[in-house]
Structure formats: C-alpha cells, structure tokens
Design a binder for this molecule. Sequence first.
Ligand SMILES: Cc1cc2nc3c(=O)[nH]c(=O)nc-3n(C[C@H](O)[C@H](O)[C@H](O)COP(=O)(O)OP(=O)(O)OC[C@H]3O[C@@H](n4cnc5c(N)ncnc54)[C@H](O)[C@@H]3O)c2cc1C
Length: 352
Amino acid sequence: MDKLEEITSDGVAVCQPGLRLGQLESEARKKGWELRMYPSTLVKASVGGFLAGGSGGIGSVAHGGLRDFDTVRAFEVVTMEKKPRVVLHEGPAVHEILHAWGTNGILTRIWFALTPAVEWMQLTAAFSTYEEAFQFAESIATGNTWTKRLATVFEWPIPSFFTPIKRLVRADKSLVLIMIAASQADALHAAAIAAGGEVTFTGAFDGPRTQPLLSDYTWNHTTLWAMKADPAYTYLQCGFSLTECREQFRKLRERYGQEILFHIEFMKNGDGVVIPGAIPLVRFSTEERLNDMIAFCRSIGVFVANPHVNYLEDGGRFRPDNIQLLAKQRYDPRGLLNPGKMISFRKQVVTK
Ligand SMILES: Cc1cc2nc3c(=O)[nH]c(=O)nc-3n(C[C@H](O)[C@H](O)[C@H](O)COP(=O)(O)OP(=O)(O)OC[C@H]3O[C@@H](n4cnc5c(N)ncnc54)[C@H](O)[C@@H]3O)c2cc1C
C-alpha cells in the first residue's frame, strides 16, 4: 500500500501508508510542494511509520513536529474489532492514533499537508567553541528573516564520527549544519564568517539523492554514527529552555563532564516558538547513571522524552487525556495490535 493518490491544489498529499517519504518529497517537489518535515530516515521511512512512530525532524525548525499546525490533516484507520471498520479521523481526532506505534488501529489512507517548495542550499561551518557554534545556529534558527529547514549544532568530538564527510569537519571544532533558502546562501555565508566560523561546505539540495545529504548526519542519525564509532554511546531526547539553555548546558557539563555531548536540533514548538531541541549523546555506564541524568535534566527544567522505555506511557508522547488508550479500548478490545506497547491497556473479555 504505497501509492501517492494525489496532491491537492492546496498542497495536501493523499497517500497510502507504505509510501516512502523520500518518494513523496521527490514527487511533491515536481509539483511545487515539499514535505513540511521529515525524519533523518527520509529515504527508507514510510508515511505510515512516521505518523505512528516518529515525531519530527528536518523542517521542524519552521513547521514544528507531526503533532503541530494540522500537518496531519486526516487518516483512515482500520480497527481490530471482530467486524473491522474503516474510521475516518480528522482534525483533533488524529491525536487519538498519532504516535501510538500502531497499538490502536492500522492507518490505511493519509491526508498529509505539504508546504510550498523552496530552493535549498546546504551549509556547514566549523567554530572553535561550542558556545560560538550554538550562538550562530540560534541566531539563524530564531531569526525571523531566515528561511531555513535545518539548524543543527554538534560539539566536538561528535563531528569526528561522520567518516563519509570528514572533509567538512575540522579537528577539535564544533560543527553547524544549516539548510537555508538559496536566495539567502550568500548572506548566511557572510553571517557565519562574521560569527567567527569557517564555512567548510556549501552545496545545493536537489532532493533525497543529494550528496552529501547533510540530513544523514542529523536527528537520530547522529546517534547512529556515534554508535558505529563506539557502541557505548546512547542518547536522550531533550528540550532545552530558550532563555535558560546556557545555564542548563553549564550544569550538565559540570555534573557529567564528557559523559554527555551536546547535539542540538532547533525546532518550533506547538506555540510557534523556536527552541533548542536536543538529542545529546550519552556515554552509557549503568542504568542508574542514565536514570540519574534523566532526573537531573528534569530537575533543571530540561524536558526529556525517555527513549529507553519500550512502552508508550513513559516515552514522553503519551497524551495525559488518555485518548490513545480510549481509542485502543474501542478499536482493539482484544489487545492484538502491538501487544505490551501500551501498558495501561487491559484486555477486555470479548465473548462474541
Ligand atoms: C537512525 C534513525 C534515525 C531516526 N531519525 C528520526 C527522526 O529524525 N525523526 C523521527 O521522528 N524519527 C526518527 N527515527 C524513528 C523512525 O525511524 C522514523 O520515525 C520513521 O519515520 C519510521 O518509519 P518506518 O516506515 O521505518 O516505520 P516502522 O519502523 O516500520 O514503524 C514504526 C511504528 O509504526 C507502526 N506502523 C507502521 N505502519 C503503520 C500503519 N500503517 N498503521 C499503524 N501503525 C503503523 C509500526 O508498527 C511501528 O510501531 C529514527 C530512527 C532511526 C533508527
């Protein structure tokens, strides 16, 4: 079920869940549209898998996450009842199913809002310190005049893990990755130099097959590259405070040293404010130490969506109003879909 049925005149892709996001991006660009946001798994990930298991990615700096701004317009869900039904979820009702890992229904048809296509350029810049790199990326990410799709910061030694793009990396320096409207590429280049950076690469983005594709090193692909270099690395999913983040970075560094390495992905939150989202790398030693770090983050106001639990409720995306659970009780009363993933669910005795 991988068909793109149509792209409507107002930029909504109507598709089946198995359609690859990379293919949708390519097809949409031909018609003057593009994905609002996509995961770093762009080429292989499906639209259905992204809606059920993902949250955001490249583009989120401008368009927020999957749950924001009506990006997921509607979908049809097939229920796991004795007599299956096809139920249309539109508007706020999509949140009953979104990011519930297929626990409460099977997406079969999706209305996914796009945005007008932009001619993008990719740029990397190296900075002597993490503070300088962060400051520069923050000014681009939060500056209203910049049209951007990606604003990422890696402190050293994270860039050393990116072996295929070694030539873009400078030893001992933090690296910033930006996707910017081509019309602003020269201005961005000048801004990077003025901020003390060395521009190590600029190149056009020509769809998912672009090489190098900078998004291959961002979001959770960063973690993948780190784990390839050293399997002791793991990660957290964090949201830093826009106003307190420097103090939060300082406190974390003071307590954990190089056990935590800063990887920032700027993203717009549901209120329309661009904040430093983060997928910091963590050098794993013990479960206690990892839990201590999560608790400490939360104690200093850093949001953590814990990726180290394999059930929905503690992962940071469970809805406090329980609408995902209520949908499961309605649509999958026997608990056949992804059993064990939603631990608050209790099977109902169905006699007929
Ligand atoms: C290296 C790496 C990088 C990643 N980067 C990101 C990122 O940047 N942003 C992000 O949000 N996520 C990221 N992810 C998580 C995930 O890979 C993506 O969200 C991706 O979109 C999942 O798509 P998929 O087609 O591979 O889904 P799958 O892994 O096949 O499925 C994901 C979940 O959705 C369920 N599902 C699939 N299809 C349906 C359907 N039709 N109906 C109901 N449930 C369904 C599956 O049962 C499963 O629980 C990353 C993962 C990895 C391993």
